[in-house]
Design a binder for this molecule. Sequence first.
Ligand code: ATP
Length: 313
Amino acid sequence: MNDYIIDAQEITKEYDGFKAVDGLNLQIKKGEVFGFLGPNGAGKTTSISMMVGLLKPTSGQILIDGVKIEKIDKGMIGICPQELVLWEHLTSLESLKLMGDMYDVPGDVLKERAHKLLEDLFLDEKANTLVINLSGGMKRRLNLALALIHSPEIVVLDEPSEGLDPQSRRVLWNFINSLRDDEGKTVILTTHLMDEADKLSDRIAIIDHGKLLRLDTPENLKKDIGEGDVVEILLSNSEENNDALNILKEMEEIESVIEINNKLDVRALNAVSKLPSIMKNLEEEKISIEDLSVRQNTLEDVFIELTGTGLRE
Ligand code: ATP
């Protein structure tokens, strides 16, 4: 039994001497949602393509559940590409049945799965609608259903939220969570949306210039870079700032307290959960708060700190 469903060992991809991926070591655990972040051209698609057998590395090797990738059953992996791969003149249901037949999914299983996928992705009312008559967001959801009809263990989603409205994005997010939580699938996700990566991923790899910069949980990434969230406190009487500062510094799980522009900036992990005790400790010393707000560190801060850039074109 392997803990890692994907084990990429020193993989490199060169194009005419240019290293698109440069000695990447990466392990993906069974049943996790694994996010891939990096600026444009960082090597995300190339890395993932190698890790799922679409592209042969120049050097290095990949094990899938302990087996060399060249030897695995390709049905283990489902890939939902960024571009739509649909048959416009079939209905949603016919498309799913055709794809299922290609993977030799038995008829009764196929029927059940197709209906469940349509239902889960809110397409059941469009089962008998021609693909050409689906909206853009519906087409994207059908694209995803097609990647899953053979029930692969590993699901690769390449920028799945691209072009979806906020409502469809929620449907997608819930669906991705249920793939992991209810079905135990491993999901690999690329996205340029930091909040999406943050909300969905158990762990995130940040890569640039074909190399791994960091790999950790979203929470740890944010903690390492920005030492948690920031609570900004304005006291009614700024002469009490010093006393308040000393009280807050004594509190457990508070990373740091500094005075900036007459306000107290308190850094803590999960600062919202610390608010009641912060308020109580100050009130006990008769220090009154005029205003208080919480600002969260975002993955965007982490990303920019590591790659020195926003999203590079
Ligand atoms: P994006 O976020 O823009 O999709 P990415 O991180 O997925 O970017 P890749 O598509 O993996 O980046 O590309 C990494 C680098 O490798 C880029 O510089 C790209 O131009 C180069 N590259 C990718 N495929 C090829 C190819 N077939 N031939 C030559 N160079 C390539």
